[in-house]
Design a protein around this ligand. Structure first.
Ligand code: MEV
Length: 308
């Protein structure tokens, strides 16, 4: 069996597609894939059945990876089990791509290092959202809290972010499913038709993420919360937030959160909320339960799980 992590993007969704620095945290929720020989074509079973479109996407991902491994047309039985909520912007699609690439590597007795694994899984994820930056597949592969940057050739680099104290967060899921691929396409159109505004927003974002790195490393949670709010405003300006996500964000701040922002592609999905500590994490869960589809507590620390 092979596994991969879900994720929350702390800073930088969408801007990271345009090679801005970003910060991502792996969840302690995972997706597992088991591959066994089949008798006829691909049989794919999952504990999250999903829509016909999602099943078709997953089969397209299997086909893509099999072709990359020179095993197109193989007969396989693939079983997926996951506790990462799908369509919630929590990285279940990327975790599927990574866990499947890992499982097929083992099945065909291939040797792939993590960099090659991420590279195949990221291009497989393109089936889901056109052009993936690689942030989700990197988090799914390595785990932990990671700073993401790009070298001069445009290759994604990652490095663990040391946290002096644990971050107590909540994920609040809205009632609307995430629409990552539509939002990624919409932002691409925005970057082309309103190039000056987009460059300006990206410039502002780079200031926010720069501050956020320093605030995370010094443990200045009050300032970090403000940076999350600033990142949310920039995502609103990119038109990837929704009134449901904005209402959740406002409710979180009114209930005493240090900061809150949408996470992942947007158009639905989830927000993340920064809490002072475990006590306020519990209090905020109670205040926000009626506003959200689900509230999931998350604690990120430097000793987050880093291997699956
Ligand atoms: C999706 O979790 C994050 C996006 O930035 C897309 C990507 O980076 O591939 C919206």
């Amino acid at each position: 069996m092979s596994s991969a992590f879900g994720k929350i993007i702390l800073f930088g969704e969408h801007f990271v597609v345009y090679h801005a620095d970003a910060i991502v945290g792996a969840l302690d929720r995972t997706l597992h894939v088991t591959v066994a020989p089949g008798t006829d074509g691909i049989v794919l079973q999952s504990n999250n059945t999903g829509s016909a479109q999602e099943r078709q996407n997953n089969l397209a991902i299997v086909d893509f990876i099999l072709k990359k491994m020179d095993h197109a047309g193989a007969a396989l039985k693939i079983i997926v089990t996951s506790n990462i909520p799908p369509k919630a912007n929590l990285g279940s699609g990327a975790a599927f791509c990574v866990a499947l690439t890992r499982a097929l590597t083992q099945h065909f007795q291939l040797t792939l290092d993590n960099q090659q694994l991420v590279s195949i899984a990221t291009r497989a994820e393109d089936v889901l959202h056109g052009h993936s930056s690689g942030i989700d597949t990197t988090a799914a592969t390595y785990g932990g809290v990671l700073g993401i940057s790009f070298d001069q050739s445009g290759t994604l680099q990652h490095a663990p972010v040391a946290l002096p104290k644990a971050l107590h967060l909540l994920i609040a899921r809205s009632h609307t499913p995430a629409q990552t691929s539509r939002m990624v396409a919409q932002v691409k159109a925005f970057s082309q038709t309103q190039a000056v505004t987009f460059t300006n927003l990206k410039q502002q974002y780079l200031g926010v993420v720069n501050n956020a790195f320093a605030q995370l490393q010094s443990g200045d949670l009050t300032a970090l919360g403000k940076s999350m709010n600033a990142n949310h405003q920039l995502l609103q300006a990119l038109n990837v937030s929704t009134s449901a996500l904005d209402n959740l964000q406002t409710a979180a701040l009114q209930s005493g959160a240090l900061g809150a922002k949408l996470t992942g592609g947007g158009g639905g999905g989830s927000i993340i909320i920064l809490c002072h500590d475990v006590i306020s994490q519990n209090g905020l869960t109670q205040s926000l339960t009626e506003h959200a589809l689900e509230i999931i507590p998350v604690t990120l620390s430097s000793s987050a799980p880093d291997a699956v």
